[in-house]
Design a protein around this ligand. Structure first.
Ligand SMILES: Cc1cc2nc3c(=O)[nH]c(=O)nc-3n(C[C@H](O)[C@H](O)[C@H](O)COP(=O)(O)O)c2cc1C
Length: 371
C-alpha cells in the first residue's frame, strides 16, 4: 500500500478563531458566502457577535485551582467539557470526507457531535466514527417520514434527538444569492433519499406560497406532543428564544432546550441568542438544561455563555472552518484549542469548575465601552 501523506496543519494556528481566518482562502468564494452569510440583511448575524462584546469578565482572586476541570453531566451523560458540535448540513461542501472527518475529529477530543438531518454522509456511516453522537431532526412532510428518521437514529446508536424548530422556512441569504451559490451535484441530503417524496398541496391563484405552500407541513404543538411519545431518547428543542415557549416545552416533556437563532440564518431581526439567555434561565430555574449557540468563536465566549446560564454550548461555522483547514485533524485541533481557551479563562477568572462560573463574574458594559 502506498504511504499515506502525514496530515499536517498550517503552522499559524494559535487560536480557535485562526480557523475562521485561514478558511477564507481554502473555501471557494460562493460556498464561503453560503456558509458565512446570515439571512436577509444579516442583522441577527451581527447581533450575535456584538452581544459577546458587551460584557467584561470580573476575575476573582486567590481561588484554589488544583482540583479544576471542565467536566459536566448533561442528560445523563458524563462529558469532559461543555463544547458540542452543532448540527451543520452539507459538510462535503468544504471537505471530500465531510461529516465522516468531523466525526473523527470530534471523537479524538471526546466531543459530542450533533449530526444534521441534512448531512452529506449517511447517519449510519457517521455513527461508525462518532463515539458521542446526537441526531438533529428536521420535521418531515409527514409523521410517518419523521418517525422513519427517528427509528434509524435510534438503531444507529444516537443517544439524543435535537428537534430544530426555527427553520421551517428560511429567509434566503442575500450574500449567497449575490455570490451565485448553487449546491453542487455531489452534495446531497443522503438521509432523505429513501423517503418517498410527499407532494406539497396544490397552490391556488389566491394562495400564498409561504402559508399554504411550505408552511402547510410545518410541525405544531400536537406534533411535538406526538413525537415526545414516540421515543425514550432525551429530546431537545433547538431554536428557543421566548420564555413562554420555553416553559411550554418543558411542561410538554422536552428534556433540554437550545437557545439559538440558527446562527443568524433564520428570522433576520431576531435577538442575539446570548441576549436571551439570562431571561430564559430565570424563567426555567436552575435545573432545566439549557444550551446555547450562535456567535461563539472562542473559549472566552464559551465562558460568557456559561456565566449567563448555559450548561453547554454548540459550535456551528467554526467546525466547517476547521474541517476546511485540516479535515479531522483540523476539527480536533479546534476543539482542543477551544477547551484550552476556556480553561485559561476559567483559571484567570478564578473558576475551578463550571459551577464556579456565575453571573456576577460578568460586567455589562455601556455601548461606548463595548468591543
Ligand atoms: C452552513 C450551515 C448549515 C447549518 N445546518 C443546520 C442544520 O442542518 N440543522 C440545524 O439545526 N442547524 C443548522 N445550522 C445552524 C447551526 O446548528 C447553529 O445553530 C449555528 O451555526 C450557530 O451559529 P455559529 O455558526 O455562529 O456558531 C447550520 C449552520 C450553518 C452555518
Amino acid at each position: 500500500m502506498p504511504d499515506q501523506p502525514t496530515p499536517t496543519l498550517p503552522p499559524d494556528l494559535h487560536a480557535a478563531s485562526d480557523h475562521e481566518r485561514l478558511a477564507q482562502d481554502r473555501i471557494p468564494a460562493d460556498v464561503l458566502a453560503y456558509i458565512e452569510g446570515g439571512s436577509g440583511q444579516e442583522l441577527t448575524l451581527r447581533r450575535n457577535r456584538a452581544a459577546f462584546s458587551r460584557h467584561a469578565i470580573l476575575p476573582r482572586l486567590l481561588q484554589a485551582m488544583g482540583h479544576g476541570h471542565t467536566r459536566l453531566h448533561l442528560l445523563g451523560q458524563a462529558l469532559p467539557h461543555p463544547i458540542l458540535l452543532a448540527p451543520v448540513a452539507w459538510q462535503k461542501l468544504v471537505h471530500p470526507q465531510g461529516e465522516l472527518d468531523t466525526a473523527r475529529g470530534a471523537s479524538a477530543m471526546d466531543t459530542c457531535m450533533v449530526l444534521s438531518t441534512l448531512s452529506s454522509c449517511s447517519l449510519e456511516d457517521v455513527a461508525q466514527h462518532a463515539e458521542r453522537r446526537w441526531f438533529q431532526l428536521y420535521w418531515q412532510a409527514s409523521r410517518e417520514h419523521t418517525l422513519a428518521l427517528v427509528r434509524r437514529a435510534e438503531a444507529a446508536g444516537y443517544s439524543a434527538l435535537v428537534l430544530t424548530l426555527d427553520a421551517s422556512v428560511q429567509t434566503p441569504s442575500l450574500r449567497a444569492q449575490r455570490a451565485g451559490f448553487r449546491f453542487p451535484a455531489n452534495v446531497q441530503a443522503v438521509n432523505l433519499q429513501g423517503l418517498p417524496p410527499i407532494p406539497l398541496p396544490a397552490i391556488g391563484p389566491d394562495d400564498s406560497a409561504i402559508f399554504q405552500g411550505v408552511m402547510s407541513t410545518a410541525p405544531g404543538w400536537d406534533d411535538l406532543r406526538w413525537l415526545r411519545q414516540q421515543t425514550t431518547l432525551p429530546l431537545l428543542v433547538k431554536g428557543v428564544l421566548r420564555e413562554d415557549d420555553a416553559l411550554r416545552l418543558r411542561d410538554l416533556g422536552v428534556d433540554a432546550q437550545i437557545v439559538s437563532n440558527h446562527g443568524g440564518r433564520a428570522l433576520d431581526g431576531a435577538p442575539a441568542s446570548l441576549d436571551r439567555l439570562p431571561a430564559l434561565r430565570r424563567a426555567l430555574g436552575p435545573d432545566h438544561p439549557l444550551l446555547l449557540d450562535s456567535g461563539i468563536r472562542s473559549g472566552r465566549d464559551v465562558f460568557q455563555a456559561i456565566a449567563l446560564g448555559a450548561n453547554a454550548v454548540l459550535i456551528g461555522r467554526l467546525q466547517l472552518h476547521a474541517l476546511a483547514v485540516g479535515g479531522a485533524l483540523g476539527v480536533a485541533h479546534l476543539l482542543r484549542t477551544l477547551r484550552e481557551e476556556l480553561e485559561l479563562c476559567m483559571a484567570q477568572a478564578g473558576c475551578a469548575t463550571l459551577a464556579d462560573i456565575t453571573p456576577d463574574l460578568l460586567l455589562s458594559l455601556p455601548p461606548e465601552a463595548s468591543c
